[in-house]
Design a protein around this ligand. Sequence first.
Ligand code: PD2
Ligand code: ZN
Length: 298
Amino acid sequence: MNGITNLSPEWRNWIRENLARGCAPQSLVDDMVRNRFDPVFARAAVNGVMTNNEPVAAPFEVKPKVGTGYVYEMPRLPAGNIIRTSDRDVRVVTRVNRPMIAVLEGVLSDEECDQLIRLSADKMHRSTTVDPISGKHEVIADRSSEGTFFALNADPFITRLDRRIGEVMHWPVDHGEGLQVLHYGTGGEYKPHFDYFPPEEPGSHVQMTIGGQRVSTLVMYLNDVEEGGTTIFPEIGLEVVPKKGSAVYFEYTNSQNQLDRLTLHGGSPVTRGEKWIVTKWMRQRRYGEALSPATATS
Ligand code: PD2
Ligand code: ZN
C-alpha cells in the first residue's frame, strides 16, 4: 500500500454525491489518487460505496433516452494509461464508459500475430453460430469467415498469450474460452450481434450450463486491413479500425447478471484485402481447459 488507506465520512459522502451526479467511477478514483490516496484502496473504496446498497444505483443507470437499465459498475479493465502485464506493457488509447469499451495497443507483438496466423492457416473451418432454439452450432450467412481455436494450455506459446490476456481483462484465465482465430476474405463480414447469450433464446441455456454467461470480450487484430473490416458498435456510432497487435475490449455482464445491450457490435465488410483476428471471451465462472469457444450471435 502506498498512500492514504482510510476513508473519512467526508470522503465517503464525496464519493456518494459524485456517483449520484453521474460521474464515472474511474474519474473519482483518479481524483482520490491525486489527493494522495493509495490507488488500490481508492478503487476498493469507490467500489464499496457503489455496492453496499448505498443510494447510488438509480442515478447511475443509463438515462431514459437509452433506457437499457443496465447498471455500470467499476470496469474490470485495469485503470490507467498503461496496463502492465507479466511480460508486456499494453497501452490504452481510448476508453468509452457507457458501454464499457476500450481500444488497446500492443496487446500482441508483430511476431506473435504472424505466429498465430501461421499456426491457424491449415486448420481453418467455416465459422458457425449458435442456433437460438437448439443451442447447436450452425453455419449461417451472418458470419462469412472461417476459424479455428486453441484450447487453454495448448502449448507454451498459447499459455503465455492466455496469461497476458487474462491480466489485461483482469479475469481468471480458467474462466476464458479457448482463443478463437477468425479469417475474413474480401467481402467477409460479421453482422451486428451480442457476444452474451440472450436469455430469451432457449439455446442460450445450453451454452451457459458450463461457465455461465459471458462477461467480456477482447478482439485482437492480427493484421492491418487494407480497407473495411472495422469493428462497429452501431448503438453508439463507434468504429474501431483494425491495427496489427491492437485490440478492442468490451464488457457487458455486471455482478447482478444484467446485460448491456449497448454492446451490440459487428465486423463491417472487408472491402479490400483480408482480415485476421483472435478473440477471447470470458465467462462468469470456470469454463474448463479443453472447451472450444461457444460462438454466439443473436
Ligand atoms: O471481426 C470483428 O471485428 C468482430 C466483430 C464482432 C469480431 C467479433 N464480433 C467476435 O469475435 O465476437
Ligand atoms: Zn462479437
